[in-house]
Design a protein around this ligand. Structure first.
Ligand SMILES: NC(=O)c1ccc[n+]([C@@H]2O[C@H](COP(=O)([O-])OP(=O)(O)OC[C@H]3O[C@@H](n4cnc5c(N)ncnc54)[C@H](O)[C@@H]3O)[C@@H](O)[C@H]2O)c1
Length: 345
């Protein structure tokens, strides 16, 4: 008996695993996989030496694939023409559109959990209702949770009968490597230089600045490490003195218990500051180190509240309420209660 020819549409989390699975079946032939773009999975396929033929589902964008050297064996339609069955693991909702193509060429279509149930003739599980899928043109698989759940419940049901089940699903929020659900156990890097460095140069054109920004999955403040090349020689002590003299910089230390951004957020709450706000930035005394004549240190940025004082200053400036920066910022600080902590430090 000749092998059943299978194609995979959507070479993502599920699709690439489907392709590997089909390739391992002795009685099936993986004709190829299709996707729309040179995603990381598609690039990895190329780097692995194209074990599977690749078809484009977006022929109008083939230049994007050409640009990174992905060999294209044809279009999704070409693939469909050459298979008996398509495993569709495209992004949820796309399968319903692809179904028209499968219907046009009379091939079977198997859809994943993200599609609506109406896409298929039978909602299918290999153990629970295999027979219902026999000869049917369009099947839809259950989602990951449902697939596993049904395995277990079906197993018991067949042995002892099951009257009812109540379930609690503790669901992972995203797959490893996902960014579209927000940052989950992942860091994301921006293109350098960071806009903060460029903005600094706009305001202070005499200082050359550059930088890299890495997004982290936290909400209680940013931390910036600064490497500054001073024009006059400095020591860690003199830098601490200079920073601590600034009205809107609070010097803190790890030894006091300020272990990071969350310590400062908690401290602001303990102070009774509304919403845990802090107008000052904090600089870690014990982060100040020299690198040759450069000095390096770390500061904490309470992102929700740090710009408030400077906004007040801006009002003062644009309204010419005060003519000088010290007079203006001192007034802002006074009204906002900035610097109350100084009696203790
Ligand atoms: N991720 C999981 O844990 C999981 C588990 C079970 C079921 N599912 C279901 O599997 C399906 C796929 O999910 P996923 O997590 O693999 O998604 P994914 O985003 O990782 O992969 C989808 C792929 O489809 C491609 N694609 C988009 N439009 C296309 C088109 N018109 N033609 C061909 N390819 C196209 C995308 O570029 C992407 O590579 C969804 O229905 C989802 O609900 C996902």
């Amino acid at each position: 008996m000749s092998k059943v020819r299978v194609g995979v549409a959507g070479y993502g989390v599920i699709g690439l695993r489907l392709a590997d699975g089909v390739a391992l079946q002795g009685d099936m032939e993986l004709v190829g996989v299709a996707d729309v773009a040179p995603t990381l999975s598609v690039r990895a396929l190329r780097e692995k030496g194209m074990p599977y033929a690749f078809y484009t589902a977006a022929p109008e964008k083939h230049a994007d694939l050409d640009a990174v050297g992905i060999p294209i064996s044809g279009t999704l339609e070409d693939l469909v023409k050459n298979v008996d069955v398509m495993l569709d693991a495209t992004s949820a909702g796309v399968g319903a559109k692809n179904k028209e193509l499968y219907a046009k060429y009379g091939v079977k279509g198997i859809f994943q959990g993200g599609e609506k149930n109406s896409v298929a003739d039978v909602f299918f599980h290999g153990y629970a209702n295999y027979e219902k899928g026999l000869g049917v043109q369009f099947l839809k698989l259950t989602s990951c949770n449902t697939t596993g759940l049904i395995r277990a419940v079906d197993c018991l049901d067949r042995a002892v009968g099951v009257e009812k089940v109540a379930i609690t699903i503790i669901r992972r929020v995203a797959d490893p490597g996902d960014y579209h659900r927000g940052l989950t156990n992942a860091l994301q890097i921006d293109k350098a230089p960071s806009h903060q460095a460029l903005d600094l140069m706009t305001i202070m054109p005499h200082v050359e600045a550059t930088g890299i920004l890495v997004h982290t999955p936290v909400t209680h403040g940013h931390i910036i490490t600064v490497v500054a090349t001073p024009k006059k020689s400095v020591s860690p002590e003199s830098v601490c003195e200079l920073l601590s003299a600034h009205p809107r910089i609070r010097m803190v230390s790890i030894d006091e218990g300020f272990l990071g951004n969350a310590s400062l957020f908690r401290y602001a709450r303990d102070l009774g500051n509304p919403r845990g706000d802090m107008y000052e930035i904090a600089a870690w005394r014990d982060s100040v180190v020299m690198s040759g004549k450069d000095v390096m240190f770390a500061i904490n940025i309470p992102q929700e509240s740090v710009v408030i004082p400077e906004n007040m200053d801006a009002v003062r400036a644009c309204m010419r309420m005060q003519e000088g920066r010290i007079e203006a910022t001192d007034l802002t600080n006074k009204y906002l209660g900035i610097g109350k902590w100084r009696i203790f430090y």
